[in-house]
Write a protein that binds this ligand. Structure first.
Ligand code: 3BY
Ligand code: FES
Ligand code: FE
Length: 411
């Protein structure tokens, strides 16, 4: 409780427009509190429907202490379960992904149906009732090709997320796409540093020569001010909306997620060195116009995304420890696009592989400096780092609300 009080006090007295105090970025106990307060209680993006296209396809994910498995059932419904056997707790699915008609625990072969029910357990005696030992379910929702899970007993309402983001995602038909490439990098920095870095492009000109060929560094694209007064952006929205692509900047009142379609630089259509499309076949058969820019979606704390005319890139953030974060990048293309014919993986992934690596170095150096006893919270640029301020504000408000709620329940 002492820690709760300290964190509450620090967040409430936080200097507006300044970075957080040191322990929020490096301390084990603060990290544990982040996990318990945010990660084990809110909706998290874990992967794409198209990664598990057939019944029995599954992916696993590790959320802090919780191993989870997400599997498509025979009824095509995507479900999530705690990946811990109801016998003695062995992980049921030990691989990152796979396909199986049933989920069989490797330890003593307890066997679960794809809906989580236990269907086979050898020699457990007369009184044993399989019905009592199904895999424990985890809340799971799929929207526009994105699978979200929530580890809380009672999940917060997912309807507002669905209502806002579904229309933006729908034309891109991501649930029918295919994964062209995926990679995971480990960044030696707290998950909040990964986000703070993502939420501004103040660092872009100095660090991302490849990305800057196509992605505008203006804060109107990355930030959260909406860009209503920028004629290039409003014209882009009007043109895309007329073509059936929801585009206007929309942010949830909670500040947890936003969608907006932003133009790329000049004639660029894709994140390649030339700005030309990396994939000959458009991502979606429903998108018939060109130069649609990038549909930006973020949802704290797990994902930011770019959806282009020829491919989509999703980013998934998962904390490993107070000072380590896994970032998984997935490149999606039309399911019938053929590698070597319609696209080349190196060309498709080059710009963001470089950008991710540059961002990893930034986050790690940021963490390095923050470890110094001389570190103190510093001011964000009002012009360029509005998005970072907004992230920190969301984090602080979310933590304060939940921690106060917990205190109220205890008293
Ligand atoms: O991936 C992104 O959305 C952000 C925008 C600016 C910096 N970073 C590239
Ligand atoms: Fe899974 Fe024994 S722990 S079958
Ligand atoms: Fe960056």
């Amino acid at each position: 409780m002492d820690l709760h009080n300290t964190v509450l006090r620090q967040l409430k007295n936080r200097r507006d427009g300044f970075s957080l105090e040191q322990p929020f970025y490096i301390d084990q106990d603060y990290f544990k509190l982040d996990m318990e307060t945010i990660w084990y209680r809110d909706w998290l993006f874990v992967g794409h429907d198209c990664e598990i296209p057939r019944a029995g396809n599954y992916v696993t994910a590790q959320i802090g202490d919780y191993p989870v498995v997400i599997v498509r059932g025979k009824d095509q419904v995507i479900r999530a379960f705690h990946n811990t056997c109801r016998h003695r707790g062995h992980r049921v699915c030990t691989q990152e992904r796979g396909a199986s008609a049933k989920l069989v625990c490797p330890y003593h072969q307890w066997t679960y149906d794809l809906d989580g029910s236990l269907v086979f357990a050898r020699q457990m005696g007369e009184s044993f009732d399989k019905q009592d030992f199904g895999l424990k379910p985890v809340h799971c929702e799929s929207v526009g090709g994105y699978i979200f899970i929530c580890l809380a007993n009672e999940a917060s309402d997912f309807a507002p997320v669905r209502a806002t983001i579904e229309p933006y995602l729908k034309p891109h038909r991501l649930s029918e796409a295919k994964v062209a490439h995926r990679n995971t990098i480990i960044e030696k920095g707290n998950w909040k540093l990964v986000w703070e870095n993502n939420r501004e492009c103040y660092h872009c000109a100095g660090n991302h020569p490849e990305l800057c060929r196509t992605y505008p560094e203006a804060p109107s694209a990355t930030g959260v001010q909406g860009a209503k007064d920028d004629p290039v952006i409003t014209e882009h929205w009007a043109r895309c909306e007329a073509a059936g692509l929801p585009s206007e900047f929309t942010m949830d009142p909670s500040g947890q997620f936003r969608v907006a379609r932003m133009p790329l630089i000049q004639d660029a259509e894709s994140y390649t060195m030339s700005g030309k499309r990396a994939v000959k076949r458009p991502l979606s058969d429903d998108v018939t116009v060109s130069h649609i820019g990038t549909m930006l979606l973020f949802h704290y704390p797990t994902t930011w995304n770019h959806i282009l005319v020829d491919h989509a890139i999703s980013f998934r953030v998962l904390p490993i420890s107070a000072e380590e974060t896994a970032v998984t990048t997935t490149w999606l293309v039309h399911k019938d696009a053929v590698e070597g014919v319609d696209y080349n993986v190196d060309e498709l992934t080059h710009v963001w592989k470089m950008t991710n690596d540059q961002d990893r170095a930034i986050v790690e150096e940021n963490a390095f400096g923050i470890r110094s006893p001389a570190y103190e919270p510093g001011p964000y640029s009002v012009d360029h780092e509005g998005g970072v301020m907004q992230f920190v504000e969301w984090y602080s408000n979310f933590m304060v609300e939940r921690l106060q709620g917990d205190k109220a329940k205890l008293s």
